[in-house]
Design a protein around this ligand. Sequence first.
Ligand code: NAD
Ligand code: TYD
Length: 355
Amino acid sequence: MTILVTGGAGFIGSNFVLDWLAESAEPVVNLDKLTYAGNLQNLASIADDSRHRFVQGDIGDYEQVSQLLQQHQIRAVVNFAAESHVDRSIHGPEDFIQTNIVGSFRLLEAVRHYWNALPSDAKAEFRFLHVSTDEVYGSLEQTDPPFAETNQYQPNSPYSASKAASDHLVRAYHHTYGLPVLTTNCSNNYGPYHFPEKLIPLCIQNALAGKPLPIYGDGQQIRDWLYVKDHCSAIRRVLAAGKIGEVYNVGGWNEKANLDVVHTLCAILDQLKPRADGLPYASQISYVTDRPGHDRRYAIDAGKLERELGWKPAETFESGIRKTVQWYLDHQDWVGNVLSGDYQSWMAKNYSGRI
Ligand code: NAD
Ligand code: TYD
């Protein structure tokens, strides 16, 4: 038995592959295009593990995906591969349409044809798990209840619209062709190997470099934060026991305003690595022009996953964020390698007009 993970060199996918091999004997084929967000250094600790087979390629390459499915007799696909950064989707939506919509469609086609030809027992056991986001549900008002699986889709950014489209395709492949799919919609993740274009790793890195900590708008936008390894355990649980065709929301009941998150990061850094001049890191906070169409609040009701599959997160926000800051302090070599020329040009593009 072997599973195919797509996007397994990115932030969540690489955490998933590392956890999978730590928890199970089952081999993983890892298909990743290695865009700017993919990084083989995330997988350095399993470089000699014969259960991990890395393949560079595109989920939109029907021939390559079909060949991998056949060659390794794949029994489940976990689809992480995506363009994932909202700000990049605003500056250039094309890649999001290509990978998140067209790529997911071609992946589904390859999987459907492979699955159709399987013997009946393997066909019954097969699963396609699609990893999606809470952002497909749009933005909540302050007093709204958290997103349930039954909420209407109201995506507001090119990123969330492209993820919503892929979720709809996955749903349609179950209803039309009977493909045994599962979908997870998770809230914002944080933890090791998070690319430092996203709020938490960006602010840790900028703080240490003595640079401004850019807060979009008033900083009162709310996100619901989940430690990445808890997301991985939820996906493993849904893959093992989820009901075919169902959607599971994943979250840690940790709603925080962005400004509070950044103040928490600063306070932890003040303890673990105080600034040489004795000033608090919070003195680097800098308000910048807001993101266009910025969603005000996301919050996940993870009750279905807890009730039906018995999943619970292991970390609180306080324990997870402390581990995360410590991880970045301990892995400055990893960050240094990520901060390449491409990263610098992205920073200039996104922030130069703002600060
Ligand atoms: P990421 O950007 O860190 O990683 C994406 C990975 O996909 C990279 O390794 C990249 O090389 C690969 N990739 C991109 N296009 C590809 C293609 N066409 N073919 C093959 N590989 C390709 O993203 P992430 O934060 O790890 O997110 C993973 C998944 O989880 C995404 O589907 C995202 O929508 C979803 N998600 C993310 C979060 C979050 O907070 N980061 C929350 C909920 C859901
Ligand atoms: P981000 O990490 O990009 O995740 P998402 O947009 O998918 O939620 O952003 C998290 C929040 O932080 C979001 O409300 C935007 C905000 N933000 C800033 O205030 N400053 C920044 O420099 C970045 C990257 C994000």
